[in-house]
Design a protein around this ligand. Structure first.
Ligand code: FAD
Ligand code: N01
Length: 544
């Protein structure tokens, strides 16, 4: 079926990014269509319905800033909102701005080919539909392509299986069941305490222990909501200029320049704040100096030993193979305490690797485990997985996969050379997952909107990043990462959780404020690292 909508832009994905992009492009007067696999809006918050799923950035911070009226009207109830609360918020945004009428749900984009002659993107969907548009914007998410464990025999297993990121809409309970959970990242750490409270018996298969600290979640008080609402504009400015999309004090001290007592008192204070940054954000070198890092790591290990009564289990839960913070740390509610329950067992799959699923459960090299249900908390093919799942072809049929065989290549995480008029919101090599993502999403959406507006005002048809700009950005992102401890971890930031994926640092660690400055400078100086062209012209016919 061919499309007759005469679209200016196609947006893929209806999470935080796709919804806001639609809102902004409509304001510009563009005819847009959003294509979304899910049955409703929400993205991450639509799919990840596992028990205990919630945000770990304060709700007053993890929310759109573009509408002061929305900010004032919406009432967050908790410090860290639950998945249903964030989903309600996004549903409210969709209704409030009448966004649903331009969204096609249950529609998966399978291919997107750039038609050189027409200067348009041809987008195909799983339903055999074809749409074309001048601009194509990928709002497909950094953490939306879920992955299963790489072991055979799953088709044999007769019990229930659930992936945390594909949980389904009906309530799922585990009362009286023998349950296995594979994975101890953020999703595992949030869901395990709740599943443990329901299951007759719970076995957790851990490949790498993670650093986690108590979230200290609580209801928001009327006073703190009122204070934020009175000062929201100033707070939003501070967010945009900050390092991680949450204003935090700049550290100036080395963790090694103070006594152990002083350091531990500072870590203790940070620990009690119940957030991801207060503990280590006090010292400049925790993420760059191995010795400084070890002080933070050991502080957390001591906390684990203080909670978990069995010293063997405590040691298994203690991370020792990567520096603190170089895999995303977690905030939890009663995670380590869960291992003191008599119905909970921990299996280290580095000691006894997972071998296969069987009809009744799971076999490791050490034993066979029978389960009524198995939960996969095994994460995502992060940052590139959702893009790689689509057959995207740019000029002369060039593919993403051929260009990205040694790791993703983008300019500012938003544009790709040889792919005119294609934008990736919080794409690889942008701050994205190292930040409060709503702040980074808004920054990219606003930049893309301004860029499209510029192209139209310049009476041009296409804009495309130069290969030189892309190469320089790839180098810069790698160079900044190499100054930190991040490349030492086998993390999803490094692509290490997906067999065969090139090992490169996927986000940009230069900071949200600095990244915004670089992007703004590119726009203010007339997009010098892009080629603008009219359809009739060849790409080298630069108009700017
Ligand atoms: P998504 O919300 O992932 O939306 C992408 C959408 O694109 C999805 O709905 C997907 O179905 C759709 N899509 C993908 N491919 C296709 C296709 N081919 N065709 C059609 N549709 C497609 N970030 C934070 O900053 N703070 C947090 O506390 C936080 N908590 C998180 C908790 C969980 C459980 C997870 C998984 C992530 C969390 N994140 C958090 C990151 C979170 O992903 C972002 O904050 C944000 O929600 C991303 O929005 P998005 O619109 O970019 O992507
Ligand atoms: O995924 P993960 P996630 N055999 O990749 C293990 C955000 N988020 O869904 O570490 C055995 O972190 C894997 O082991 P290892 C947040 O950004 C936020 O939990 O690779 N084990 C790991 O333990 C987060 O970082 C919240 O060795 C296997 C686990 O599965 C990101 O999403 C909540 C395996 C996967 O952990 C991803 O989190 C949830 C195998 N074959 C998510 N394959 C908040 O709280 C994988 N594992 C805000």
């Amino acid at each position: 079926m061919s499309d007759s909508e005469g679209l200016d832009a196609i947006i893929v994905g209806a999470g935080f990014a796709g919804l806001y992009q639609l809102y902004r492009l409509r304001e510009l007067g563009l005819r847009c269509r959003v294509l979304e696999t899910g049955e409703d809006v929400g993205g991450t918050w639509y799919w990840n319905r596992y028990p205990g799923a919630r945000c770990d950035i304060n709700s007053l911070s993890y929310s759109y800033s573009f509408s002061p009226e929305l900010e004032q009207d919406w009432e967050w109830t908790e410090k860290y909102p639950t998945q249903p609360e964030v989903l309600r918020y996004l549903g409210h945004v969709a209704d409030r701005f009448d966004l649903r009428r331009d969204i096609s749900f249950e529609t998966t984009v399978t291919a997107a080919h750039y038609d050189d002659a027409a200067g348009r993107w041809r987008v195909s969907t799983n339903a055999g539909r074809e749409l074309t548009a001048q601009f194509l914007i990928m709002a497909t998410g950094c953490l939306s392509a879920s992955k299963l464990p790489e072991i055979g025999g799953l088709e044999r297993y007769r019990g229930r299986t659930h992936h945390t990121a594909r949980w389904g809409r009906d309530e799922i309970r585990f009362d009286g069941l023998r349950v296995g959970v594979i994975g101890t990242g953020s999703s595992g750490i949030q869901s395990i305490p709740i599943i443990a409270g329901q299951a007759a018996d719970l076995t957790i298969f851990q490949r790498t222990p993670n650093f986690s600290m108590p979230a200290g979640n609580r209801p928001l008080t009327d006073a703190e909501i009122a204070a934020m609402k009175a000062d929201y504009r100033a707070y939003r400015s501070a967010q945009r200029a900050s390092r991680i999309g949450v204003p935090t004090p700049e550290a100036s001290l080395s963790a090694l320049a103070v006594t152990e007592e002083e350091r531990n008192a500072a870590y203790q204070w940070g620990w009690e704040q119940g957030d991801l940054y207060s503990m280590t954000g006090q010292y400049v070198d925790v993420l760059v100096d191995p010795a400084a890092n070890e002080t933070a790591a050991e502080f957390v290990r001591a906390k684990i030993r203080a909670v978990v009564t069995d010293p063997v289990v405590a040691e298994k839960l203690s991370p020792r193979t990567f520096p603190y913070g170089t895999k995303r740390p977690c905030l939890d509610t009663g995670y380590y305490e869960t291992f003191n329950r008599p119905n909970v067992h921990l299996v280290d799959v580095r000691e006894t690797p997972l071998v296969e699923f069987t009809e009744t459960g799971l076999r490791t090299s050490g034993a066979h485990y029978e389960f009524d249900a198995i939960v996969f908390a095994t994460g995502f093919d992060a940052m590139t997985g959702a893009l790689a799942a689509i057959d995207i072809r740019g000029r002369n049929g060039v593919t993403f996969s051929s260009q990205w065989s040694a790791g993703p290549r983008t300019y500012l995480g938003v544009a790709v050379a040889r792919f005119p008029n294609l934008f990736t919101i919080t794409g690889p090599l942008s701050p994205s997952v190292l930040s409060n993502m709503v702040v980074s999403i808004e920054q990219h959406v606003e930049w893309i909107t301004d860029c499209i507006s510029y192209v139209r005002k310049a009476d041009c048809d296409t804009i495309e990043a130069t290969a030189e700009a892309e190469e320089a950005w790839v180098q810069h992102v790698a160079e900044v990462a190499s100054m930190t401890l991040f490349p030492r971890a086998d993390s999803w930031y490094m692509g290490a959780n997906v067999p065969g994926k090139p090992r490169t640092f996927l986000p940009y660690i230069g900071g949200v404020g600095e990244f915004r400055r670089i992007c703004d400078e590119e726009a203010a100086s007339g997009y010098p690292r892009f080629v603008l062209a009219r359809a009739a012209d060849r790409p080298e016919a630069v108009v700017s």
